[in-house]
Write a protein that binds this ligand. Sequence first.
Ligand code: FAD
Length: 381
Amino acid sequence: MDHETAVSQAREIADRILAPAARQNDKDARFSSEAVAALGSAGLLGMMLPTEVGGSALGPRTLAAIIATLAEADASAAMVYLMHMCATATIAAARPGAAVVQTLKDIAAGQHLTTLAFSEAGSRSHFWAPVSRAIRSGTNVRITAKKSWVTSAGHAQSYVVSALAPEGKSPTDSTLYLFAAGAPGLSVAGPWDGLGMRANASAPMILEDAEVGSSLQLTDDGAGFKAMLEIVLPLFNLGTSAVALGLCRAAVAGTTAHLKSARFEHLGQTLGESLPTLRAQLATMQIDTDGLAARVDDLVGHLERPRDTTMLRVLECKASAGDVAIGVTSAAMRVCGGAAFSKHLAIERLFRDAHAGAVMAPTGDVLREFIGKAVLGIPLF
Ligand SMILES: Cc1cc2nc3c(=O)[nH]c(=O)nc-3n(C[C@H](O)[C@H](O)[C@H](O)COP(=O)(O)OP(=O)(O)OC[C@H]3O[C@@H](n4cnc5c(N)ncnc54)[C@H](O)[C@@H]3O)c2cc1C
């Protein structure tokens, strides 16, 4: 599969499966298994994996385009896909034992959804510092942990779990493990009823003395932090920025449609024809959306050809994208007025979904803290 095919498959899934169901799935906080099945059948779940395990070896450019396309129709489904792709990249970078290779083949065959279980109740948004610790048990380890938010909780076939390494000294000496769904001691700890991203099952999970074998240890002891920074962070920040872009595009499209269809009958004009203030706000939304698209494209270029400024761009892109999405969807709420507020339009869902971007770690505040330190030459951690 090439880039164009992958993106057109994503468009087809967005139009046929995501868009028609997004409103009801959001209302009911219902996870779309149909979306995951369609992404799997289209070969998109493993599209970044190497061809040896059945993937298409596509890169960040395709990832960003697919995610923005999905997010235009349903940001929750786009987030499910993004967390899967981040977890998949982590598994693909692991030592290639038989269990790991089989998981990658299942992903490429479209039969396996995975996700990240990093955030813990104890360290909150500081996902790089798990407070749980792996305890040695022969050649296995046992983990007890409160994972505070896990996208696709209860729906994924596996979970990439972080914990402090058995002999870890510093708060960032973590190790990553792969837990199969249904592993004894691993369970979903409650429902997901968020303000936004309501259809992505980001519920808490617990591990109670859950045991995992050495064949499913994904990183060396203490090397989890390195994998989080080098593998997960660039993809996650690119992907959340692409989700923000999809939300902005949907907000511009929804606002445009409203301004063209809603009328002042007594004036014989549409809202768009009648009010220059609304046209000016729509223009600002368009400018900001195109600016974000350029920023996402710039990050793609940096990930394709890494250079000195790449990590700074990784941090900047998500920080900016979260704010742009909140700004553009807030403007859409205002321009569409009562029609948006009374939930007649999809705008209010976009507005709620957009607020997740700044909250998801690394949060917008933390990114600014990192960027400021990086500019000043102060160590980030
Ligand atoms: C929809 C959704 C899906 C998610 N899915 C996953 C998932 O699949 N896997 C996963 O591991 N996690 C997931 N998370 C968790 C997420 O990544 C964060 O860990 C979580 O949202 C942070 O929660 P908190 O507000 O309790 O953090 P807190 O740490 O309590 O943050 C509170 C506030 O303090 C600010 N703050 C914290 N530290 C600093 C600092 N050093 N400098 C400046 N400001 C700071 C934050 O920006 C925030 O405004 C998800 C979250 C959401 C909303």
